[in-house]
Design a protein around this ligand. Structure first.
Ligand SMILES: Cc1ncc(COP(=O)(O)O)c(C=O)c1O
Length: 410
């Protein structure tokens, strides 16, 4: 018996990434040769935290009183512009001209996801998502008692479109509302990115559902947007697909300042909505600000103010872009070595296109985790796989790792 509400009684966080990362940290204290592949954060090849020096410089420019003062709940107009320009890049004008859109500041992409779940899923609704996913989605859904339905993410190494369609049909049998979640590009945990054709096909199909009378909400978690492709421009190419939206689909993007600016602890993020229907955006803004104020109240001030400093200074913006390019090159180099060696060793991986993680398909993730922990390699067990955070492993340790994993798992 507890004094908790019925909803919360018995809920306990187990198998969380942060908890497994703690296990790896403890193992490091007693063994020198531990490889910690749990951490979804960026570290350089000297195993130092990957700090964007330009970002730190901008933060240091701010007066103490600015950091400590309350920020507007929504983040404010300047925040909205900076986030839209950064996220959409060369497509920002297209978004402004062709869509209604708005932005609300959130504590990380987590806040954006949670705010969306809270405001768009009630007891009749079911979130549709692939069967391989960032496990914290389940905690967020569990926290509001929301239902979900998964479908196989891959068929022959590509997005399983037919399975997605089947999942929508199942939901539509009961309820004319689709809320579907995509984590793209550089999906956590596989590193897969949908192609432009795959995105366009999805929007074409969803347009059809809206025409037939369904409400359609696409929740688009792009936490790893800045670690896909070789350049800022290339990583934004996927927004070309937004042009395929011809109906009243509501798209809500979850942006992570944790990843894009290496500001994990500062909780910088945004919930960005766009639609051809003005009413959807007005309702989004009202509800998002209301529930933000009703939960975390307002975002930490430092992130939005840092963006103001950074994006009002062309020289600093260019310097930051160069630092980000270096991070992409570093990740690519690690991925190439790991994937190249995995191929030679006969170690299968899910299709990787970019980002922090590579995942190895396994039938029993917990058993695979134990076997790898036995050789001091700490990974994250996910549904149908073992996730390796190449973001946090230096090149010197990546080399030879695929062979060791293959041997331990066989
Ligand atoms: C897929 C995905 N979405 C969202 C997040 C949340 O990031 P944050 O809340 O730190 O911005 C993470 C963090 O690991 C993630 O991997």
């Amino acid at each position: 018996m507890s004094y908790l509400t019925k909803q919360k009684a018995g809920k306990i966080l187990v198998g969380d990434t942060f908890q497994i990362a703690r296990q790896a940290a403890l193992a490091k204290e007693s063994h020198a040769n531990v490889i910690d592949a749990t951490v979804g954060a960026l570290f350089d090849d000297d195993q130092q935290f990957y700090e964007y020096k330009t970002v730190t410089r901008m933060i240091k420019r701010l007066a103490v009183a600015k950091h400590y003062a309350y920020a507007p709940t929504s983040g404010g107009d300047a925040f909205k512009k900076h986030i839209s320009d950064w996220v959409f890049g060369p497509y920002a004008t297209m978004i402004t001209n062709e869509f209604h859109h708005d932005v609300v500041a959130t504590p990380g992409a987590s806040g954006a996801l949670y705010n969306t779940f809270m405001n768009y899923l009630d007891e009749h609704d079911t979130l549709i998502m692939p069967d391989i996913y960032w496990t914290n989605y389940l905690v967020m859904l569990g926290n509001i008692n929301a239902k979900h339905l998964t479908y196989p993410l891959f068929k022959e190494g590509a997005f399983h479109f037919d399975a997605f369609v089947d999942a929508t049909k199942k939901v539509l049998e009961h309820h004319q509302k689709i809320v579907c979640l995509f984590n793209d590009p550089a999906h956590n945990p596989t590193g897969y990115s949908l192609s432009l054709d795959e995105w366009t096909r999805i929007y074409d199909y969803l347009n059809g559902l809206v025409t037939e009378g369904a409400e359609v909400i696409v929740l688009y978690d792009l936490a790893y947007l800045d670690y896909e492709g070789e350049t800022h421009l290339e990583s934004r190419r996927l927004f070309e697909a937004l042009k395929a939206i011809e109906t009243d689909i509501l798209v809500i993007l979850a942006f992570s300042g944790s990843k894009s600016f290496s500001l994990y602890g500062l909780r910088l993020g945004a919930q960005i909505a766009l639609s051809r229907n003005k009413q959807h955006i007005k309702a989004f803004k009202n509800a998002a600000v209301y529930s933000a104020r009703g939960t975390w109240s307002c975002p930490p001030s430092t992130g939005p103010l840092m963006l103001g400093q950074l994006f009002s200074d062309d020289l600093q913006t260019k310097k930051f872009a160069k630092e980000l390019d270096r991070a992409r090159v570093m990740l690519r180099a690690r991925a190439e070595v790991f994937l190249g060696e995995a191929k030679i060793a006969g170690l299968p991986t899910y299709p990787y296109r970019g980002g922090f993680f590579i995942t190895i398909p396994v039938e029993d993730p917990d058993q695979a985790f134990d076997r790898l922990a036995g050789i001091h390699i700490y990974t994250i067990p996910v549904d149908q796989g073992i996730r390796i955070a190449i973001s946090s492993i230096p090149m010197s340790l990546i080399t030879g790792m695929a062979r060791r994993i293959k041997n331990a798992l066989t």
